[in-house]
Design a protein around this ligand. Structure first.
Ligand code: ZN
Length: 140
């Protein structure tokens, strides 16, 4: 396997549980222990109650495409073979939203509102990326 040439995330104390979950095939989000609000990306304070006590919970990994864009321009040479590629904003069934790639579907078939599910792509020993694919079993 060749070295991974694309940008990698910086894993730190705040986001480490997310990356640990991804390695285990779980899409995790933060949960506020004071009010129960689920959030992503991770933060030190709850956006709802400003609480600082947090833990992490696994989501279903399922959600809906809220919006998307198709990139035709090359910003990093390592992405050249994938142009044009889609970046989607997924709203998880549990509420939080995150940006990712949508794979396993042609770009012209992507629709706002389509059901998707997480898929996990290990790219280094430490990093497994969370991407999404169409959720074939879901009504669209
Ligand atoms: Zn809270």
């Amino acid at each position: 396997m060749n070295a991974y040439a694309k940008p990698l995330p910086k894993i730190d104390a705040l986001n480490a549980p997310y990356w640990e979950g991804a390695r285990l095939g779980e899409l995790r989000v933060q949960r506020c222990l004071d009010c129960g609000t689920l959030s992503f990306p991770p933060s030190r304070h709850c956006a709802h109650c400003l609480g600082e006590r947090k833990d992490w919970v696994a989501t279903s990994g399922r959600g809906t495409v809220q919006t998307f864009g198709v990139f035709h321009r090359l910003y990093f040479p390592a992405f050249e073979a994938e142009l044009p590629y889609a970046v989607v904003l997924v709203k998880l069934d549990e509420g939080p939203r995150l940006y990712s790639n949508l794979v396993g579907v042609t770009n012209d078939a992507i629709r706002i509102g389509m059901r998707v599910r997480a898929r996990f792509e290990p790219v280094t020993d430490a990093v497994t990326l969370v991407k999404f694919e169409p959720d074939e079993g879901a009504a669209s």
